[in-house]
Ligand binder design. Structure first.
Ligand code: ZN
Length: 292
């Protein structure tokens, strides 16, 4: 079953919610990158939230890229998502499996670290870009995005995101719940959300038990109104031509150095696909350099 995110409003249209079962999306990421549990939990959490941010973009072709680096063992986490539901991502170290001693939970905050940043780049129509960045709060991802939404976008939000990993390392359940306060909200709405956030079950356990997300929505809000349901899937848009075009953006000196080899190999970090450029390709690139 493809991953799906339900978008809607509640509390008299004073909040907007994104509720998603992202199990398949996260499992596809695991297969592509051969992720171990803690690396997968970190990547899966960032992918699930970024998927919501991608489909939140209004125009087709717009996308969101989130980058996290907290100085921890996992290195950089990067995820891109567009507004039609294509998501891709990677982490520096795919093979981390660490748990917190006291709770048996996957130690995401520990491997991400919190001495660093969460950066969000929004690629808007007409080639404009919007970048904002906040300091990491805990490295547990959910808190960090909640902080980003309230500080950078000035939208107080509840963020709940989680990944359950099975004994065979496959993704057992993954999900995301994002609730945003909309303009026009009142004190009552704030109190309702405060109370709700205290009672929330971990979203990955909800997804594991309840396959019908609409039933869960009715537990969250008595007046939930569904506006749209969107499929989200793992898809990389790389190509041999795209990497060639990227090469051409290198400074001439660096490019000439790259082209001095007989064969060039480039691996796509998002999908692990390998591209090989032979003598013929290098000739084509050389021609471009000469014409420049
Ligand atoms: Zn790729």
């Amino acid at each position: 079953m493809e991953s799906k995110i339900i978008i809607g409003t509640a509390l008299n249209d004073h909040v907007r919610f994104y509720l998603g079962d992202t199990t398949k999306l996260v499992e596809d990421a695991r297969k592509i990158h051969d992720c171990y549990p803690t690396s997968l939990a970190a990547l899966g959490r960032v992918m699930s939230i970024t998927a919501c941010m991608g489909i939140r973009q209004k125009e087709e072709g717009e996308s969101v890229t989130t980058t996290i680096n907290g100085g921890g063992a996992i290195g950089t986490i990067m995820v891109s998502a567009d507004n039609i539901g294509n998501v891709k991502g990677f982490v520096g170290d795919n093979h981390l499996y660490l748990k917190y001693n006291d709770s048996n939970k996957l130690a995401v905050g520990l491997v991400v670290g919190k001495e660093g940043y969460l950066k969000v780049l929004r690629n808007l129509k007409l080639k404009s870009e919007y970048v904002s960045q906040v300091a990491l709060q805990s490295g547990e991802i959910g808190d960090d995005f909640a902080y980003y939404f309230s500080i950078s976008e000035q939208v107080p939000s509840i963020v709940s995101v989680g990944v359950l990993v099975d004994v065979d390392y496959s993704c057992k359940a993954a999900g995301v719940l994002l609730i945003e306060l909309l303009p026009g909200h009142n004190e009552e709405d704030i109190l309702y959300l405060e109370d709700l956030s205290k009672k929330l079950e971990p979203i990955s356990s909800v997804i594991e038990k309840e396959k019908d997300l609409k039933k869960y929505l009715n537990i969250l809000f008595s007046d939930a109104k569904i506006l749209e349901e969107k499929e989200v899937c793992y898809k990389c848009d790389c190509s041999k031509e795209r990497f060639m075009a990227n090469l051409l953006t290198l400074p001439k000196k660096d490019l000439l150095e790259v082209l001095s080899d007989e064969k060039i190999e480039i691996k796509c970090e998002f999908c692990e696909k390998n591209y090989v450029y032979d003598a013929k390709d290098i000739d084509v690139l050389m021609q471009y350099v000469k014409d420049r």
